[in-house]
Write a protein of this length. Structure first.
Ligand code: SAM
Length: 114
């Protein structure tokens, strides 16, 4: 399958492997049919390889929610993201959402992912 150059990690992730892709390249199998990534994080290698079939996992449920929403509900996610303003006030307001458990529980999966 041809690679889509627009496909890239959607999150900056601590410990991401994007800078190491050139080092990994010669170590990778020539053909990958099914890709399994048990610690996907930002998915640098996954999005670089763009395998036809991939199984991903991460211990972080919020991260997995983001990938699930992208897979199942990307249009709603984009609509939700478009509501954000690039201001300090918006940043601090959104950051407070998950510090207020009662409020956070009222959010939809799409709002949480956004
Ligand atoms: C450094 S990141 C992975 C980077 C990624 N593989 C890449 O290509 O950029 C490590 C990830 O492993 C996850 N993790 C740590 N312990 C785990 C565990 N026991 N089971 C599943 N995921 C785990 C963390 O939540 C984190 O997202």
């Amino acid at each position: 399958m041809r690679k889509n150059k627009l496909v890239a990690p959607v999150l900056k992730w601590v410990g991401g492997k994007r800078q190491l892709l050139d080092t990994f390249r010669p170590l990778l199998p020539k053909k990958i049919t099914t890709y399994c990534e048990p610690f996907v994080g930002g998915g640098a290698l996954l999005f670089h390889l763009q395998p036809n079939t991939a199984y991903i996992n991460d211990i972080n449920p919020e991260l997995i929610r983001v990938y699930t929403v992208i897979k199942e509900n990307v249009d709603e996610l984009i609509e939700e993201l478009e509501k954000f303003e690039n201001t300090a006030e918006q940043f601090y307001a959104v950051r407070d959402w998950d510090r207020n458990k009662d409020y956070y529980l009222t959010l939809t999966d799409v709002q949480k992912a956004a």
